[in-house]
Design a protein around this ligand. Structure first.
Ligand code: PEP
Length: 262
């Protein structure tokens, strides 16, 4: 099992979604690795990229020797067996993955992934020595109906309920309002602050007093180099999960640099 992610680090993770072939991903990874100066020096915050499964091996090879971590976008909750198309956490770990995204809204809302499945995937990731990046967030309709807190509490509670403090603290949460993902509409720092506080208060209740303050809570949703500094100036925001802007080395790097400097 890998060492738990240190408490409350800064982290910027790129979610490449269904973009980049193995060769294209390796080229982007080489560019990013080049920006680290070719060595192990990251700019004061953890950096991870989460390519599609098919590019994990080539991207992992391109990142070798750099400080950039490898992550995956999903995993199957079971450790192995007759699950056609499934990818087990142990397979990701064997490819050098440190992180895995769990419960992304594109899977919750586009592929019918429910809270119980997200909870199983979180545990599967921990079982296989991966750090899950657990996504929670409300839809536009839920926000407009004044249900943001209810949804964020429900999703966070369902994911962490019954988990011991030690494994729970070896995870990262990403607050990703669904209305902000891929839309160009970013949450304000105040909206992010409010939601992150709800996440932390829920963790205090479910995992144990003080847990919320120890977990890194990232913001995700249309983060760009221009918008990142204002978000990272908010003390509740410990970094970002970045989609579109992570597909280009310079923009992703500028976001990571903003997180490091905040
Ligand atoms: C995401 O996919 O997690 C995401 C935040 O995407 P984007 O940055 O493109 O909104």
């Amino acid at each position: 099992m890998t060492a738990p992610w240190p408490r409350r680090p800064r982290l910027v993770a790129g979610n490449w979604k269904m973009n980049k072939t193995a060769a294209e991903g390796a080229a982007l990874a080489r560019e990013l690795a080049g920006l680290t100066g070719g060595g192990a020096a990251a700019p004061g915050c953890g950096i991870a990229v989460c390519p599609p499964f098919t590019a994990l091996e080539s991207v992992g090879a391109a990142l070798r020797g750099s400080a950039i971590h490898l992550g995956a976008q999903d995993l199957h909750p079971e450790p192995g067996g007759a699950f056609t198309g499934g990818i087990a956490g142990s397979m990701l770990a064997a490819l050098g993955c440190r992180f895995v995204i769990v419960g992304h809204s594109e899977r919750r809302h586009g592929m019918g992934e429910d809270d119980a499945t997200v909870a199983r995937k979180l545990r599967a990731a921990l079982r296989d020595g991966l750090t899950p990046i657990v996504c929670v967030g409300e839809t536009l309709a839920e926000r407009e109906a004044g249900r943001t807190a209810e949804v964020v509490v429900r999703q966070t509670h369902a994911a962490y309920d019954g988990l011991e403090a030690s494994p729970a603290l070896a995870t990262v949460i990403a607050y990703e309002p669904v209305w902000a993902i891929g839309t160009g509409r970013v949450a304000t720092p105040e909206q992010a602050r409010e939601a992150h506080r709800i996440v932390r208060a829920t963790l205090d209740r479910v995992v144990g007093a003080g847990a919320g303050a120890r977990l890194a809570v990232l913001y995700g949703g249309s983060v760009t180099p221009a918008g990142a500094p204002a978000l990272f100036a908010e003390a509740e925001v410990d970094g970002a999960l970045v989609g579109g802007a992570s597909l280009e080395a310079a923009s992703f790097w500028r976001i990571a640099a903003a997180a490091a400097g905040a």
